[in-house]
Design a protein around this ligand. Structure first.
Ligand code: PMP
Length: 397
C-alpha cells in the first residue's frame, strides 16, 4: 500500500483545484463546433486557450488530406520508423520541413514532446554541459535530464545570466548546447535570439531553438522568431510541433548539420515508438502548405492578438511584456486566480489557468491564446467577459 501513498500530494492538488467548482485540468470539450467554439458543461463556449493559432483544425483541405490518407494508407502505421512505420509521406514531410527552414536535414517525431526528448538525448551525453532557459518547456528540461548532461539554467531571457554561465564553463563552453524557445508559451514573450546567437558565436557553442509556439506566427514566411530576428542561419537545431499552428499532432527537428540524420540510429524516443498515422502526416503537410500560401492567416492572427492585448490593458489588467498571440494576465495567488478562471468558464470563455509551480514565477496567470479564426465579435466578447470580472481582483495582484 505504501507504494500508493505517493499519490497523497496529487490528491491534495486535485482537491485544491476542484475547490473553485471546475478542475481546470479536467475540462472536457463535450462538442467541438469550430476552431474557436465548443460546448463545455452544456454551454456554448468561446475557446480562447487552444494554441490553434492559424485555426486550421477544420480547414477543408486539411480535413480532405487526412481523409484521403486514411482511405489510401489506412488508419495507422502499426510500427516505428525503424521497423515498418516509415511511409513515403513521413520522408516527404521531413524534406518539406527542412526546405521550409532552408536546411538540408529533417526528422519527424510522433509528438513535439518526443521531438525534444529525442533530439536532446541524442545530442547530449553525461559530462556535456547544457545551458537551459529557466522557463523552458518541460519537454526541453526532461530531454536534458534524460541525457545525463550537466544542466545549467540561466535566468529567463537574460543574456547577461547566460554569458555568466558560459564564462564559468571555461573551455567546456565550446562544446556546450544552449537551449531556448522562440515564443514563450505562458507570458507570450520572445527570446532575444540576436543576442543569444552573438554569445553562441563568441563562445563557439551550439544553439537549439524550440519554435513550438512561433511556427506560423513569426517571420516573413512563418518559420518563427529566429526568422523574424534574422538569425535563422545561426541556429544549429530547430525543434517544433504540429500540435499548434499546424492543427495536428507530432513534432520535428531540422538542422544544417548532417549528423541530424544519425539521430535516427541512437534516439530512443524516436526508435521505440510508433510513427505518426498517415492522416496526421497528410493534414500536417497540407497545413504547412496553407501556412506558406496564406499570409492573411497571420494577418488575422496578429490583428486579433493586438486587439485582445490592448483590450486587456485598457481594462487595467497586467499583461505580458509584448503583444503576441499568447496573451496572459498576471494574477496574484492561486486563491484569486482559480475563482477568476471558473467565472470565465461559467460566462462562456475557456482559457488556461497557470499556477505555481507550473507558472514562470511565483504568480498565477490566466492565459489566452488567440486564433486567426476568432471573429472580431468573439474577441470583443472575450474582452467584455474579462471586463465584467475585473471587480473580482481588486488590488489582490
Ligand atoms: N515545446 C513547447 C515549447 C511546448 O509548449 C510544447 C507543448 N505545449 C511542446 C514542446 C510539446 O509539444 P506537443 O504537445 O506537440 O507534444
Amino acid at each position: 500500500m505504501a507504494l500508493l501513498d505517493k499519490f497523497l500530494p496529487a490528491a491534495a492538488i486535485r482537491e485544491q483545484l476542484s475547490a473553485g467548482g471546475h478542475d481546470p485540468t479536467q475540462v472536457v470539450m463535450e462538442r467541438i463546433i469550430s476552431p474557436t467554439e465548443g460546448i463545455v458543461e452544456g454551454r456554448h463556449t468561446i475557446l480562447a486557450g487552444t494554441n490553434n493559432y492559424l485555426g486550421l483544425t477544420f480547414d477543408p483541405s486539411c480535413v480532405a488530406a487526412a481523409r484521403n490518407a486514411i482511405e489510401s494508407q489506412g488508419t495507422g502505421t502499426t510500427g516505428s520508423r525503424m521497423a515498418n512505420g516509415s511511409f513515403s509521406a513521413h520522408a516527404a514531410l521531413e524534406q518539406e520541413l527542412a526546405g521550409f527552414y532552408q536546411v538540408d536535414h529533417g526528422m519527424v517525431f510522433s509528438t513535439g514532446y518526443a521531438a525534444n526528448l529525442g533530439t536532446l538525448v541524442a545530442l547530449l551525453k553525461p559530462g556535456d554541459a547544457v545551458l537551459l532557459d529557466a522557463d523552458a518547456h518541460a519537454s526541453l528540461y526532461d530531454g536534458c535530464l534524460m541525457s545525463g548532461a550537466d544542466i545549467y539554467r540561466f535566468r529567463h531571457n537574460d543574456v547577461a545570466s547566460l554569458e555568466k554561465r558560459l564564462e564559468r564553463l571555461g573551455a567546456r563552453a565550446q562544446d556546450c548546447l544552449i537551449v531556448t524557445e522562440g515564443l514563450y508559451s505562458v507570458l507570450g514573450d520572445c527570446a532575444p535570439l540576436v543576442d543569444i546567437v552573438a554569445l553562441r558565436n563568441k563562445y563557439g557553442a551550439m544553439l537549439l531553438v524550440d519554435e513550438a509556439h512561433s511556427l506560423g506566427v513569426y517571420g516573413d514566411t512563418g518559420c518563427g522568431v529566429a526568422e523574424a530576428q534574422g538569425v535563422m542561419d545561426q541556429v544549429d537545431f530547430f525543434v517544433g510541433t504540429f500540435s499548434k499552428s499546424l492543427g495536428a499532432m507530432g513534432g520535428f527537428c531540422v538542422s544544417q548539420h548532417p549528423e541530424l540524420d544519425l539521430i535516427r540510429y541512437v534516439s530512443r524516443p524516436f526508435i521505440f515508438t510508433a510513427s505518426s498515422s498517415p492522416s496526421i502526416i497528410a493534414s500536417t503537410h497540407e497545413a504547412l502548405k496553407q501556412l506558406k500560401s496564406r499570409p492573411e492567416l497571420r494577418e488575422s492572427l496578429w490583428r486579433n492578438a493586438t486587439r485582445l492585448y490592448q483590450g486587456f490593458n485598457d481594462l487595467g489588467f497586467e499583461t505580458g511584456p509584448e503583444i503576441s498571440p499568447v496573451v496572459a494576465i498576471k494574477l496574484g495567488a492561486k486563491e484569486v486566480a482559480l475563482p477568476f478562471w471558473n467565472q470565465l468558464l461559467e460566462k462562456g470563455v475557456y482559457t488556461n489557468l497557470m499556477v505555481p509551480p507550473a507558472s514562470p514565477d511565483q504568480h498565477s496567470y490566466i492565459r489566452c491564446s488567440v486564433s486567426a479564426a476568432h471573429s472580431e465579435e468573439q474577441v470583443e466578447r472575450i474582452i467584455e467577459i474579462f471586463g465584467s470580472l475585473r471587480g473580482l481582483l481588486q488590488d489582490d495582484r
